[in-house]
Write a protein that binds this ligand. Structure first.
Ligand code: ADP
Length: 274
């Protein structure tokens, strides 16, 4: 729905003119609603690990005479506090992204370096799950943008591909030059043959805090923010992110980035307050 406020006042010059102003408040209301939802979601997401930490601390106190129990509770305490810290970090990353204009300080970014650095950051999880991450496609692609942000975006996709695949699976990352509607762009694809995503979930996975399999996401430290961050970074580079997926077969995420930075003005309004 569209919300328009119309107000009328007598013109300041006092010559009998009435000025009528129509203001479209729709966009402002939407930003406000998104902000409210975000705060509600953040509070909800923080309450779970904070509650767990409090319970575990209590359990630890009660288990003082049982070294094995102490060990068990302490290990869980450390998992929960890591989770809290990851969540807070991602919330900070997201709000920082929303505050900065990455195109204000663009640099030529080497995509080979972005891909390799992103994969290196996922090495621990890949090794733990015995997943080989391969790099293919064209070498030497470059775009204008923020190296740090692009590493975060590709890293989030690789991390997901690892988490939502079975042990021993493969993940493939590739870059290629494409021309879309006459605009030179670089496409980075991250493919897995993991669990896949159903059609109805596909529409929602880029929303903040949306998770299909809460247990699996949580067990791997997922926050439900990873893809929202990817979407934001792609959009702020004038590009986008899309996904192909089939349940039980796997997923391919594609980030498309114009070679010369586009306009950051058309940021997705759903992505929240600035
Ligand atoms: P999370 O922190 O939970 O991984 P994301 O925003 O990165 O959050 O992803 C949202 C949800 O999308 C995940 O919880 C998962 O259910 C689904 N998802 C993301 N990537 C994949 C993938 N490669 N394969 C299957 N499901 C995926």
């Amino acid at each position: 729905s569209v919300e328009v406020v119309i107000s009328a006042r007598v013109a300041p010059l006092g010559d009998g003119l009435v000025v009528i102003v129509a203001e479209d408040l729709t966009a402002a209301r939407r930003v406000e609603a998104t902000r409210r939802d975000f705060v509600a979601n953040v509070s909800h997401e923080l309450k779970t690990p904070i509650g767990a930490v409090a319970l575990l601390a209590e359990a630890l106190e009660g288990a003082a005479d049982d070294p094995q129990a102490v060990h068990r509770f302490a290990a869980r305490l450390s998992v929960e506090s890591q989770r809290l810290s990851d969540l807070v970090q991602q919330i900070i990353d997201l709000s920082r992204l929303q505050a900065d204009d990455p195109l204000a300080n663009t640099e030529p970014v080497d995509i080979d370096d972005v891909v390799q650095t992103a994969i290196d950051r996922c090495r621990v999880d890949a090794e733990r799950r015995d997943i080989a991450v391969t790099v293919g496609g064209e070498r030497g692609c470059k775009v204008a943008g923020s190296r740090d942000q692009l590493i975060v975006a590709v890293g989030n996709l690789v991390e997901n591909a690892i988490i939502y695949s079975d042990t021993g699976a493969r993940v493939a990352v590739a870059a290629s030059r494409v021309s879309r509607g006459g605009v030179e762009a670089v496409e980075i694809t991250v493919s897995d043959n993991g669990i896949g995503i159903s059609r109805s979930d596909l529409e929602r996975i880029f929303e903040r805090f949306y998770r299909v399999d809460f247990g699996r996401s949580r067990a791997n430290g997922g926050t439900g923010l990873g893809l929202a961050i990817v979407k934001h970074i792609a959009a702020s580079h004038g590009g986008d992110v899309s996904v192909w997926s089939q349940l039980g077969q796997g997923s391919t995420f594609t980030i498309n980035l114009p070679v010369t930075a586009g306009s950051a003005a058309d940021l997705d309004p759903d992505l929240g307050p600035h």
